[in-house]
Design a protein around this ligand. Sequence first.
Ligand SMILES: Cc1cc2nc3c(=O)[nH]c(=O)nc-3n(C[C@H](O)[C@H](O)[C@H](O)COP(=O)(O)O)c2cc1C
Length: 201
Amino acid sequence: MQKIVLAFSGSLRTESFSTKLVRAFGELAPEEIDFRIADISKLPIYNQDDELPEPNFLLELKAQLKPAHAVLLVTPEYNRSIPPVLKNALDWVSRPQVPPGAGPWAGKATAVAGVSPYSLGGVSAVFHLRQVLTFLNMPVMQQPEFYLTFAGEKFDKRGKLIDQNTKEHIGKFWTAFVPFIEREDQSTKVKRLIQYTSTES
Ligand SMILES: Cc1cc2nc3c(=O)[nH]c(=O)nc-3n(C[C@H](O)[C@H](O)[C@H](O)COP(=O)(O)O)c2cc1C
């Protein structure tokens, strides 16, 4: 059975390098992956007054996330941190409040990639993002790390990835991420079974 990976770009910009990289991950995904891209462009800025009853856009996003075995977050860096659009999506889906670590994000095998037109590849944003994912209880693949540096040189005019090194790195990424997804999926199932049997007894 194919594993569903739901990918998020942390930028809404039409010519976003992050979105182009998301598409490249999709184009180079192996056949055991059903690669989907989430649309977070319609999410308003989070406001706690609006979380109940759950608005339709939130229910739709949660419905997209639910069957996903894994999540890929591709983030640009804003002032050495995560752009608000990505944090906003993480925050919305984490609400309404549930016990820590038990929300819709919990247990999803996760990979993160940083993007920048400069030399550091969004590394600070990735580390801030990892901190948030810890609280959301998302198991994050540690290696290989993924930082796309000098992003402006890596795509053609139509937004296609043309850089051979990056293509190879995406290949290595999938070689590691597919078994990681399988392991985490198995361990989430076992955890659910333990939870289920312990509430039964
Ligand atoms: C508010 C803001 C802050 C930024 N801060 C950083 C930064 O800390 N580090 C960095 O490498 N680039 C920074 N940049 C430049 C972005 O990396 C660049 O705009 C990039 O193209 C954004 O990603 P995107 O192409 O996916 O939209 C910043 C851009 C904006 C708009």
